[in-house]
Design a binder for this molecule. Structure first.
Ligand code: FAD
Length: 475
C-alpha cells in the first residue's frame, strides 16, 4: 500500500462503527491524527472538564491504535493541508460535526484539499440521521419535537447497521518532522488537579462505553420511562459523554435496542429511550439550522428580558451553596463527577434562570466548563428550553419549585444526602427545606443554618412571582 490515507479523529474516538475510518483503511496506509484546534474554535473552545476527558480518551485511542495516533495543536485549516502535502496523502477522511465553527472550517479545508488533489471523505458517524435528512414535508426543519420524532425520525430510513472495527490496519510511516507533539504538550490537564475527583466515576474510551451500554440494557432500561426522573435510581444510561466524544455511535445503541428479545423490555421504556436519543438529534438539527443557538434566544421576544447581575448569587449556585438542598446536591454532583442527572439539570437551571433571574447564557457557560458531556447542541438547546425561549420550550410560566421537585423525585433524600452530607442527619420532613425545621431538630442533626449549611439565598415564592411578572411583561 503506497497511498497514504489520513484519518482525522474528532468526535469519533472509536474504531468500531466508524465508516470514515473504515473508508480510510481501504484507501491506503493509515495516518491517524487528532488536532487540538482552539484557534478556529474561538469562544467555543472546549471547557476544563472536557479537556480532562479528551486527555484520557486520546491516551486510550493511541493504545488501541498501537501507538500510531499523531497529535497536533493549532489551526486545522493550516495543519490538514500541510500534512496532506508532506505525506502526499490521496485522501483525508473525517466524521462530520455540526457545530457552526466546525462546519465553516471543514468547508475551507475541503477547498484547500481539492487544490492539492487530495480527496476529502466526510461521512456521518455521530448522528442517527443527518440534520438535512429529517425535514418537514415543505422542506423546512422541524421546530417542534414530537413531530420531529414521530413523523420525521420514525418514518425515515432506519439507522444503518453498525460496522465492525477494521480487521487489520496498515499504517503509513510517519515523518519525524511533521509537527506532531506529545500528549502532555497539548496541555489538556488543569494546573490544579481538581479533575482527580472525577476519575473514579468514569471508564473513558470505547470499552468503557460498551460496558456502560451493557449495564444499562441489563439493569436500567427496564423501568426507564418512570425511573429516569429519580436521580438516585440506576435508570439512566450515563452514556452522554461517550456519545459526545464518539466512543460509541448512536447507531450502535439503536441497534443494540433492536437486538433485544421481544418482550424482554416493556415497549414504553424502549420507546421513551429512543425518544431521548431523538432529543439529541433534534438539538443537533436546531444548532445546524440556528447557528447562534448558544447565544441568541430562538424566540426573539425573549431578547428584551432584563436579567439580574448578581455575581454573589451566581457563585453560590456554581458552588452548590444556595441553601436549597436539591439545587446544591445537583451542582455538587456536577463539580465532583462532571455529570448531573437530567431531572436535576432542569431543576438547577430553572432555579438560576427564574428564581435568581440570571441570564441562561451564564448557566450554559458554567455547564460548558464543568460537564464531561458538554455539547454545544444539547447544552444550548436545553438551556433555551428551560429558559422558555427555545424551540418547543417549556412555557415560561413553568417554574419548578425545587422543594416540591425534591419531595417528588428524591422522596427518601438519598441523592441529597449523598451530595450534601452536612444535612444527612436531618429527618426527611425537613431535608428538602431545612429553614423550616425547628431549632432542636436542626441541633440534633448537627445543622446550624448560616454556618454549617447556608440559609436560602432567595425567597422561592417572592422570586417566582417576580420572574412571572418579568416574563409577563414581554407578551
Ligand atoms: P439518558 O436518559 O440515558 O439518555 C440517553 C441519551 O439521550 C443521552 O446520553 C443523551 O445523548 C440523549 N439525551 C437525553 N436527554 C436529552 C436531552 N434533553 N437533550 C438532548 N439529548 C438528550 N446533554 C448533553 O449531552 N450535553 C450537554 O451539555 C447537556 N446540557 C444540558 C443542560 C441542561 C440545562 C439540561 C436540562 C439538559 C442538558 N443535557 C445535555 C441533556 C440531558 O440532561 C443529558 O443528555 C442527560 O442527562 C445525559 O444523561 P444520560 O446519558 O444518563 O441520559
Amino acid at each position: 500500500m503506497n497511498d497514504v490515507a489520513i484519518h482525522w479523529f474528532r468526535q469519533d474516538l472509536r474504531l468500531s462503527d466508524n465508516p470514515a475510518l473504515c473508508k480510510a483503511c481501504e484507501r491506503g496506509g493509515l495516518l491517524p491524527i487528532y488536532i487540538l484546534d482552539d484557534v478556529t474554535a474561538g469562544p467555543d473552545a472546549m471547557g476544563a472538564a472536557s479537556r480532562w476527558w479528551l486527555h484520557e480518551a486520546l491516551a486510550m485511542l493511541n493504545r488501541q491504535l498501537g501507538g500510531h495516533l499523531r497529535l497536533y495543536r493549532g489551526d486545522a485549516r493550516q495543519i490538514i493541508p500541510a500534512l496532506a502535502k508532506s505525506y502526499g496523502a490521496s485522501s483525508v477522511s473525517w466524521t462530520r460535526c455540526y457545530e457552526p465553527w466546525r462546519v465553516k472550517r471543514d468547508k475551507e479545508i475541503v477547498d484547500r484539499l481539492q487544490a492539492l488533489n487530495s480527496e476529502s471523505i466526510r461521512l456521518n458517524g455521530s448522528l442517527l440521521w443527518e440534520p438535512w435528512d429529517i425535514k418537514k414535508q415543505d422542506g423546512t426543519p422541524y421546530k417542534v419535537f414530537t413531530p420531529f420524532f414521530r413523523k420525521g425520525c420514525l418514518q425515515a430510513i432506519p439507522p444503518a447497521a453498525p460496522m465492525a472495527a477494521p480487521e487489520k490496519i496498515e499504517y503509513a510511516s510517519a515523518l519525524a518532522d511533521d509537527g506532531a507533539v506529545a500528549l502532555a504538550s497539548l496541555g489538556l490537564l488543569p494546573d490544579i488537579a481538581w479533575h482527580e475527583q472525577m476519575v473514579p466515576h468514569w471508564d473513558i474510551g470505547e470499552e468503557g462505553a460498551s460496558k456502560a451500554l451493557e449495564r444499562f440494557l441489563e439493569e436500567g432500561l427496564n423501568g426507564y420511562k418512570s425511573g429516569r426522573d429519580f436521580p438516585s435510581l440506576p435508570h439512566v444510561s450515563r452514556l452522554s459523554p461517550y456519545l459526545h466524544w464518539g466512543h460509541i455511535s448512536p447507531n450502535q445503541i439503536w441497534h443494540a435496542l433492536e437486538a433485544l428479545e421481544e418482550g424482554d423490555i416493556p415497549a414504553r421504556d424502549m420507546d421513551h429511550f429512543r425518544s431521548e436519543l431523538a432529543w439529541r438529534e433534534f438539538s443537533h438539527s436546531l444548532l445546524y439550522y440556528n447557528q447562534d443557538l448558544a447565544t441568541k434566544p430562538l424566540q426573539n421576544k425573549f431578547a428584551q428580558l432584563e436579567w439580574r447581575d448578581d455575581p454573589v448569587a451566581l457563585t453560590a449556585w456554581q458552588k452548590g451553596k444556595t441553601g436549597i438542598p436539591i439545587v446544591d446536591a445537583g451542582m455538587r454532583e456536577l463539580w465532583q463527577t462532571g455529570y448531573m442527572h437530567n431531572r436535576v439539570r432542569m431543576i438547577v437551571a430553572s432555579f438560576l434562570v427564574k428564581n435568581l433571574r440570571t441570564d441562561w447564557r451564564k448557566g450554559e457557560a458554567w455547564f460548558w466548563d464543568t460537564l464531561v458531556d458538554a455539547d454545544l447542541a444539547n447544552n444550548a438547546a436545553s438551556w433555551q428550553w428551560v429558559a422558555g425561549c427555545g424551540a418547543d420550550a417549556a412555557p415560561y410560566f413553568r417554574i419548578f419549585n425545587p422543594v416540591l421537585q425534591a419531595e417528588k423525585f428524591d422522596p427518601e433524600g438519598h441523592y441529597i444526602r449523598r451530595f450534601v452530607p452536612e444535612l444527612a442527619s436531618l429527618p426527611n420532613k425537613y431535608l428538602f427545606q431545612p429553614w423550616t425545621a425547628p431549632e432542636p431538630v436542626l441541633s440534633r442533626a448537627g445543622v446550624t443554618l448560616g454556618q454549617t449549611y447556608p440559609l436560602p439565598i432567595v425567597d422561592l415564592k417572592a422570586s417566582r412571582e417576580a420572574a412571572l411578572e418579568a416574563y409577563h411583561a414581554l407578551s
